[in-house]
Design a protein around this ligand. Sequence first.
Ligand SMILES: NC(=O)c1ccc[n+]([C@@H]2O[C@H](COP(=O)([O-])OP(=O)(O)OC[C@H]3O[C@@H](n4cnc5c(N)ncnc54)[C@H](OP(=O)(O)O)[C@@H]3O)[C@@H](O)[C@H]2O)c1
Length: 314
Amino acid sequence: MNKPKLILAGGSGFLGKELTRHFDALGWEVVVFTRRPSQAGAGAREVVWDGETIGDWTRELEGAAAVVNLSGRSVDCRYTPANRRIIIDSRVKPTRILGEAIARCERPSPVWLNASSATIYRHTFGTPWDESGTDFTPTPAVHDEFSLEVIHAWENAFNNAMTPQTRKIALRTTLVLGHARNSVFPVLCRLARFGLGGRMGSGNQFVSWLHQADFCRAVEWLIAHDDIRGPVNLATPNPLPNRDMMRLFRELVGAPIGLPATEWMLEIGAFFLRTETELILKSRRVVPGKLLASGFEFQFSAMRDALHDLTKGA
Ligand SMILES: NC(=O)c1ccc[n+]([C@@H]2O[C@H](COP(=O)([O-])OP(=O)(O)OC[C@H]3O[C@@H](n4cnc5c(N)ncnc54)[C@H](OP(=O)(O)O)[C@@H]3O)[C@@H](O)[C@H]2O)c1
């Protein structure tokens, strides 16, 4: 019997490699669309695309069991005009061209999951946002205007794709904790070891998160449950304030103290690290309404357990 085929567009990065491992172990055929082959994880076959124009890669979509699009330049950089353009284009163009290619298929995939971000919800210390939340107002104090512009353009490109035979899910993903260099887990472990693992800013801002294993399990769940569609929050039910998260990191690495970082220190640090303080200061209190309602169970719903597990595999 033929193996079910998973298409991972932009699947050569952190989340793509995790999904490759997960679905390869389940016995799926994994095909990664990449601009630069030989970066994808073992277990995947690479197919070259440019993320912008129709090409030979479109043949791979025929009869695929699922398509997951993860394409997008990292947002962990200074938001210069040039970087802003790349951040938007690297998400909108691959989404548009995939939609066009799926629409041309004779046997289109029954399901298409497209990356998005839980940062779409308004900065809040109050009631957590599930998918029924529609308040996407930016908060100038945490500089999230540009992120919201990106996510709207990204989700609009996805929603506008005319693929009537294909169920669509926007993955409103929160912070995924994993081993990859660009995951925050190794970065925060290092800061904590150097005695810099104190609260960031007020420390009251909420952090929503999930373990890389639960990210993969949730994607598998969403592919299998054909009654789920539209935006889905990928987050554990337990967001926690930044000060509590940093305490868990200090505990993990055995650091007795952690210097707090005030907002002005973060601004200076972000400038030298070529990143933006919004990634730290926005209060993201987001919960997985649809996953829980459909019966999904998290393997790691307490951050302490997730961190200990990741230390084992590091
Ligand atoms: N990691 C998280 O915690 C998190 C949280 C929320 C949302 N997300 C979103 O989930 C997606 C995947 O995250 P990740 O952590 O796996 O990111 P990643 O490691 O940076 O990988 C992203 C992939 O996007 C592709 N890409 C970059 N620029 C592109 C362009 N101009 N055109 C086409 N493809 C391009 C790259 O593939 P090639 O170079 O091989 O073409 C790269 O492997 C991203 O869109 C991210 O914004 C991630």
